[in-house]
Design a protein around this ligand. Structure first.
Ligand code: UT7
Length: 330
């Protein structure tokens, strides 16, 4: 019997994404909120966030449905079949069910059975966390072809009477195939959480005794999140570069969590990165939480901006409070 050698590296071999077709412009949101007696404007949303539109899934469409489309596109790009996948991680805060995991449901929808599948819940940092975990599992010899997905239907947990949050978020999914490789792909990762800040971004309700207990809608202290995000993202960026023995000057692209263009530009400026190296899809996607980074990555890859060999930093930040960065050679 020959044992497969433990791979030295894990590398992204394909990316994919999916947005539900229903697109709502800021003006659509203005109309929707006006019907509830709530005032907002395209100007406020664009100036404060950079968001111009978001996509909402139709009733009955779940995170695993969006994940399935994104996963199929990523597998196709990697030249892999679903049967090749030996690990599935889905980062989501809007799972199809309390249990089983959205990853198990996705596995079933992909028509494959047997490989480990689990959800990872780190809110908007979820994909960065999931990629770091998958990288460790591949390098540890526990998987050779991992499917790593971020998928969300945040429209289901929005309070449409709260203009400070409901205009910010959208639905979508992004995925990568991460494979064992002799050449470097993921170079380093840096993950953090600080539970002292649970309350500034949360959906505090739960299911108990046959009913929803507590508040099942998203609550956010936007300015508090903004302030914390700007500080921690810079620290994570520098730490992950140091771990990999690289400097900010080596970066070809920054793919940050797509929540607010002002936070994203501030991170880029602190790294002295020209703003044309910043991948921004927040204008068309809004904040899709765990889906935002793989969605933006896929858009940049498919448009030809991110090319093989480019050095890319992915950054996540969000509820928990959680944050982190992954540095990779694409
Ligand atoms: O995904 C996880 C990470 N999340 C984030 O990174 C989000 C971080 N936070 C943010 O992006 C920003 O804090 C927000 C976009 C949420 C808010 O922007 P801001 O510049 O911090 O505004 P603010 O909350 O301080 O509100 C300013 C004003 C307030 O009015 P007054 O009190 O000054 O009269 C709000 O009531 O803007 C008002 N406002 C709105 N006006 C029109 C808040 N929401 C809206 C709205 N339309 N949708």
């Amino acid at each position: 019997m020959t044992l497969e050698p433990t791979p030295r590296h894990a590398r992204i071999t394909g990316t994919g994404s999916w947005l539900p077709p229903r697109r709502l412009s800021n003006d659509d949101m203005v109309t929707m909120l006006a019907a509830r007696g709530i005032e907002t404007s395209d100007q406020w949303i664009v100036e404060r966030t950079g968001i111009r539109a978001r996509h909402f899934a139709d009733d009955g469409v779940t995170s695993s449905d969006l994940a399935l489309h994104a996963a199929r596109h990523a597998l196709e790009a990697a030249g892999r079949a679903a049967a090749d996948v030996d690990l599935i991680i889905v980062a989501t805060s809007t799972p199809d069910m309390v249990f089983p995991s959205t990853a198990s449901i996705l596995q079933h929808k992909l028509g494959v059975h047997g490989c480990p599948a689990f959800d990872l819940q780190a809110v908007c940092s979820g994909f960065v966390y999931a990629l770091a975990v998958a990288d460790a599992m591949v390098r540890g010899g526990n998987a050779r072809c991992a499917l790593v997905v971020g998928a969300e239907v945040f429209s289901r947990i929005l309070d449409f009477s709260d203009r400070t949050t409901c205009v910010l978020f959208g639905d979508g999914a992004g995925a990568v195939v991460l494979e064992a490789s002799d050449t470097p792909g993921i170079l380093a990762s840096e993950l953090h959480a600080d539970g002292r800040h649970i309350e500034i971004l949360c959906t505090p309700g739960t299911v108990a005794g046959g009913q929803v207990l507590g508040d099942p809608l998203l609550r956010m202290d936007g300015p508090a999140v903004f302030k914390l995000a700007v500080g921690v993202l810079d620290g994570a960026a520098r730490a992950v570069l140091a771990k990999a023995g690289r400097s900010a000057a080596d970066l070809d692209w920054l793919v940050p969590h797509q929540a607010n263009i002002r936070i994203m530009q501030s991170t880029a400026r602190k790294l002295k990165l020209p703003l044309d190296k910043l991948i921004a899809t927040v204008d068309e996607h809004g904040n899709t939480s765990a889906a935002s980074v793989p969605l933006a990555l896929d858009v940049a890859v498919r448009s030809g901006r991110i090319q093989r060999g480019d050095t890319v930093m992915l950054e996540g930040v969000g509820g928990g409070f959680t944050w982190g960065a992954v540095l990779l050679d694409y």
